[in-house]
Design a binder for this molecule. Structure first.
Ligand code: PMP
Length: 389
């Protein structure tokens, strides 16, 4: 889609750049035999019993709105899941809102906490929606760059250097899209100390929390003294392979949750009813499939990271999510050039790292949410591409 401007559109939206990922999807769409490592979504279909519970809900005629915050039974299951899986206790009635994907959770969080000109520190490379969502909510995104030298882990002194009296929150994502980097408990504690020292909120995007391959996952809200200042965003898209259902949730202290509910009820009313029934089933009985998917992603991660390093594209070992983020600096191409030429010459779609922020330049994002056979073929083609540069 072209980025055209219109007199009918607000200045803010006229200035908003379309996502850099789309261009590559559009390019790839017209080509045959393309292997896509571009999309950030599971290649698995939602398990049948989960789909069936949505079908059953339709058969029963459950087609009306749910409460604004979501079905109480679902919120109770989410509370149980958060306690069981991540050791954080949330009250289903006061601290959990079911949202339309993690996307709308981030959106309502920004709109709830920001006054015009308030600053949110956004750690890059990051999910392409954070900066626009801060700006659409009237805030100012202050971008800080996590560097390859630190395995894309932001250093506390980098954060401290940009905190001002306008800073309201730090936006964090672990495991990260696009780098796959996961922060350890100690690293989270260091960031938490800053949040406490400067009285800041942390918006913790934990959508990939299920997909942690080497270490046990620590939630920001599980860090001592942090539940009170964390807006925890999560959902069903990634770990439960439910992207198309558009279902997420957000957990936060009652005063923030009550305020977010006002925005949510006016903007969205409630999340899809049948999707909420499916999510109840996913949380109650979906564990075996989630565990199988995790095993499969781990195998693919091991394969792709080793292969990139073998063919000369240096790649750190990502602890989670389903992305590898190898460096392509040795080729002398920019990330845009690399991605475009790789697609046109070899039919492999990847995402250039610069779309995720300044420090993403010199890298490409490769999603390994695709079969091992496809990954093997992709690596063969990438190797051929590099050898013929
Ligand atoms: N956060 C991150 C880091 C993501 O990668 C994505 C999806 N690409 C989202 C949020 C949005 O997820 P959802 O489908 O739940 O809206």
């Amino acid at each position: 889609m072209e980025s055209t401007k219109s007199k009918y559109v607000s200045k803010l939206v006229n200035e908003l750049k379309p996502s850099g990922i789309r261009r590559f999807f559009d390019l790839a769409a017209g080509m045959e035999g393309v292997i896509s490592l571009g999309v950030g979504e599971p290649d698995f279909v939602t398990p049948w019993h989960v789909r069936e519970s949505a079908i059953n809900s339709l058969e029963q005629g459950y087609t009306s709105y749910t409460p604004n915050a979501g079905l109480l039974e679902l919120r109770q299951e989410i509370a149980y899941y958060m306690k069981n899986q991540f050791n954080v206790e949330y009250s289903p009635k006061e601290e959990i809102i079911v949202t339309v994907g993690a996307s709308s959770a981030i959106d309502i969080a920004m709109r709830t906490i920001l006054d015009p000109g308030d600053e949110v520190i956004v750690v890059e490379p990051c999910f392409v929606a954070y900066v626009p969502m801060v700006e659409l909510a009237g805030g100012v995104a202050v971008q800080v760059q996590a560097s390859k030298e630190n395995d894309f882990k932001i250093q506390p002194d980098q954060l401290e250097a940009v905190i001002t009296d306008k800073t309201k929150a730090i936006m964090l994502c672990s495991p990260n899209n696009p780098t796959g980097t996961m922060l350890s408990k100690h690293e989270l504690e260091e960031i938490a100390n800053l949040a406490k020292k400067y009285d800041l909120l942390i918006i913790a995007d934990e959508i990939y929390a299920e997909l942690a391959y080497d270490e046990e996952y620590t939630s920001m809200a599980a860090i001592e003294g942090m539940k009170e200042r964390t807006i925890l965003v999560s959902g069903f898209s990634k770990g439960f392979a439910m992207t198309g259902w558009r279902l997420g949730f957000v957990c936060s202290p009652p005063e923030i949750s009550n305020a977010m509910l006002k925005v949510h009820q006016y903007a969205l009313m409630c999340a899809s009813t049948m999707a909420q029934y499916a999510a109840i089933e996913a949380l109650k009985n979906g564990r075996p499939e989630v565990d199988e998917m995790i095993k499969s992603y781990r195998r693919r991660r091991n394969y792709i990271v080793q292969s990139f390093n073998e063919i000369g594209l240096e790649c750190h070992n990502p602890g989670g999510a389903f992305y590898a983020f190898p460096s392509i600096k040795s080729t002398g191409l920019s990330s845009q050039e690399f991605a475009e030429q790789l697609l046109l010459k070899e039919g492999v779609a990847v995402v250039p790292g610069d779309v995720f922020g300044e420090s993403g330049e010199g890298h490409i994002r490769c999603s390994y949410a695709t079969s091992l056979e496809q990954l093997q073929e992709a690596i063969k083609r990438i190797k051929h591409f590099i050898e013929n540069l």
